[in-house]
Design a protein around this ligand. Structure first.
Ligand SMILES: NC(=O)c1ccc[n+]([C@@H]2O[C@H](COP(=O)([O-])OP(=O)(O)OC[C@H]3O[C@@H](n4cnc5c(N)ncnc54)[C@H](OP(=O)(O)O)[C@@H]3O)[C@@H](O)[C@H]2O)c1
Length: 355
């Protein structure tokens, strides 16, 4: 190890859009993180349902990205027969990066992966909403007991630092309400409907452009936004909500005529996720709302996301930015890694090279 440089060996679960986005960032900018921050971040293992690669000295991220098929990956140096749970039980790594598909009902198998990695003393960074929406309090306690970090910035608004803004930068404030557009697919569809498209055509365009899944239910019925509302409630307002506790209505009932009627009175339809205090309890809801065009969230177009945090000491703070995408979400994982690095530097009282 170079003096003054700390190495972070990553084990990746999932190598889809997010896993690849992180690998792309590391393959292009690895040197920047070493020179600027003293952080040597390298992937030592990557595992999907179909393949696993492990090299304790570091995998060539560019070669992994170039390999066009599972067969090509299985021909790479370090390819092995581990399943994901075996990889987590055996790998010599510092950080587990969980980027397998979200299950909003059980949080599995990701939650088991996260528990296992924490149990082995690994830091965990998850892009997967399931473990944080359903088991945040338990996982945070486990991580604290083992003295490891649990990173989850990617789970809401991808790399746009909405969660960190709330729990870190606004620490000291009481966050009394959170309101936002946290699903880019539905915002894209509503924006297109304002240009005269009907719902079905706008959805078809979102699917053609890759904003919507072939099965759009999770987005258009508000499940994805409800999952994020539960995360916002639990992380920022110390609640114990699950996605099932979030009152939910999607955008499938919004017609072109409703959009035009709103526009005629200077309003826009937006799918709003809202978390608020109701006496001693915290409530959350996702529903389409008509906002006056002057409202800070009304001007958010296309797939962009935005969140307004209402605080006692600072009033309203609004953050706007990308809410999805491989590199944008890979960046969230990077930001958690660099946050871990800052903490470790401070603990070791090493000279700080970053601001
Ligand atoms: N994409 C975004 O913009 C975004 C933004 C924020 C958060 N997220 C979250 O990040 C996670 C990853 O999203 P994504 O877009 O990268 O998904 P994706 O493109 O569908 O990729 C999922 C990856 O996970 C692998 N996988 C599935 N089951 C697995 C298992 N049991 N063990 C190991 N690997 C497994 C898949 O491999 P196989 O091909 O072998 O199944 C695939 O490589 C999801 O939880 C998502 O909700 C995504």
């Amino acid at each position: 190890m170079t003096p003054g440089v700390s190495t972070y060996r990553l084990a990746l679960v999932g190598f889809g859009s997010v896993g690849r986005g992180l690998a792309e960032i590391l393959s292009l900018h690895h040197r920047r993180f070493v020179d600027r921050y003293g952080a040597d971040i390298r992937i030592v293992a990557a595992c999907t349902r179909r393949w696993c690669v492990y090299d304790p000295n570091g995998i060539d991220a560019a070669a992994l990205l170039r390999a066009a098929s599972p067969d090509a990956i299985r021909a790479l140096p370090g390819a092995c027969a581990w399943k994901t749970d075996q990889m987590i039980a055996s790998v010599d790594a510092d950080v587990l990066v969980e980027a397998s598909p979200t299950d909003m009902t059980t949080g599995e198998p990701a939650t088991t992966y996260v528990r296992s990695a924490i149990g082995r003393g690994m830091h965990v960074i998850t892009a997967n909403k399931g473990p944080i929406a359903l088991h945040f309090a338990e996982l945070r306690r486990l991580a604290e007991e083992r003295g490891v970090m649990l990173g989850f910035e990617a789970t809401v608004m991808a790399g746009t630092p909405a969660l960190r803004l709330g729990w870190s930068d606004l620490a000291g404030c009481d966050i009394q309400e959170v309101r936002g557009i946290v699903n880019g697919t539905t915002n894209f569809i509503l924006t297109r409907m304002e240009r005269g498209m009907d719902y079905a055509s706008a959805l078809a365009e979102a699917q053609r452009l890759g904003y919507a899944e072939a099965d759009p239910t999770s987005d258009v019925e508000g499940h994805d936004a409800a999952c994020k509302a539960a995360i916002l409630a639990n992380v920022l307002m110390d609640a114990r909500l699950t996605p099932a506790d979030v009152e939910r209505e999607g955008i499938t009932g919004i017609t072109r005529e409703m959009v035009a009627a709103a526009a005629a009175t200077g309003e826009r339809w937006k799918l709003i996720a809202r978390v608020w205090r109701d006496g001693s309890t915290t409530r959350a809801a996702v529903r389409p709302m008509r906002l006056m065009v002057e409202h800070p969230l009304a001007g958010i177009d296309g797939a962009t996301n935005a969140l307004t945090l209402s605080t006692d000491l600072l009033g309203n703070v609004t953050i706007i930015g990308p809410g999805a995408g491989g590199v944008a979400t890979g960046f969230a994982i990077l930001s958690d890694l660099l946050a871990l690095h800052r903490v470790r530097r401070t603990e070791n009282q090493e000279p700080r090279t970053e601001n």
